[in-house]
Design a protein around this ligand. Structure first.
Ligand code: CA
Length: 253
């Protein structure tokens, strides 16, 4: 009887500690896909590009090999969207070319597409840029080639302030108040010419109504997107201690 009571207490403790993580995962989630079904069936449209075995997480990612090699997902007229995804380049666009690699569109399409992209100027300087309905802001930086980079784009109809994070660091803010509701997510190369054969990979796409952030590098579990390793320690340590105490108690009898 004593043992059952202890187990009951243990279950309550597990539920209390784990509930923030469980709710965190579901709260505000609009869409999530890492191409792990090996196809694009979770998406609504595909224009060129293909599922590939090059992935940031799991076995599959999406491969863009030319302009308009994208997958798109319709979302229902959303005011605030955070779109987080991982991207990897094997080369940069041709000089004086703006190449968009992910964005948000209204449906039906009425205005300028809002997107995040990479630009190479006439003398070879590389920039990230964000274009929202006629306003464009750039951030000069040459990102590493053949290395996964986490991007997050906040599209905000309510406040008219749109943001881009690179590996969790805020790098671009675009003040463009007059924008339509978000109706579609777009992942992959929308436009832009590349110097070499294009290899732009995308993976781990999540859309939410609030900040998502990078995937903790020491968290190998597939789909564990929102948690942090610190929370795992907070769960694992008390459970371990309680189980150890229970085992020792049983042995003493
Ligand atoms: Ca994947």
């Amino acid at each position: 009887m004593k043992m059952n009571k202890n187990l009951g207490i243990l279950l309550v403790i597990i539920l209390v500690i784990s509930s923030p993580i469980l709710t965190c995962y579901a709260d505000g989630l609009i869409f999530s896909d890492g191409f792990e079904t090996g196809d694009v069936l979770s998406w609504d449209e595909q224009y060129y590009g293909s599922v590939t075995t090059t992935a940031y997480q799991g076995d599959y990612g999406f491969y863009s090999n030319r302009s308009t090699s994208v997958v798109t997902k319709f979302i229902d007229d959303v005011e605030i969207v955070h779109m987080r995804w991982y991207v990897m380049f094997n080369s940069f666009p041709q000089p004086n070319i703006y190449a968009s690699i992910g964005g948000i569109q209204d449906v039906p399409y009425t205005s300028d597409f809002a997107f995040v992209g990479i630009y190479r100027d006439g003398v070879g300087v590389i920039q990230w840029y964000c274009h929202v309905s006629g306003s464009q802001v750039a951030y000069s930086e040459t990102p590493p080639l053949n290395e996964w980079i986490c991007l997050e784009f906040r599209y905000d109809v309510v406040h008219g302030i749109h943001k881009v994070w690179r590996n969790g660091e805020l790098i671009i803010t675009v003040n463009q108040a007059s924008v339509p509701l978000a109706g579609k997510l777009v992942i992959g190369i929308w436009n832009g010419a590349w110097v070499d054969d294009i290899q732009v990979f995308s993976d781990c796409v999540v859309a939410s109504d609030s900040y998502i952030g990078v995937i903790p590098t020491d968290t190998a579990t597939k789909g564990f997107v929102f948690g942090s390793s610190i929370l795992v320690i907070f769960i694992a340590a008390p459970i371990g201690i309680i189980l150890f105490a229970l085992v020792m108690k049983k042995r003493r009898r």
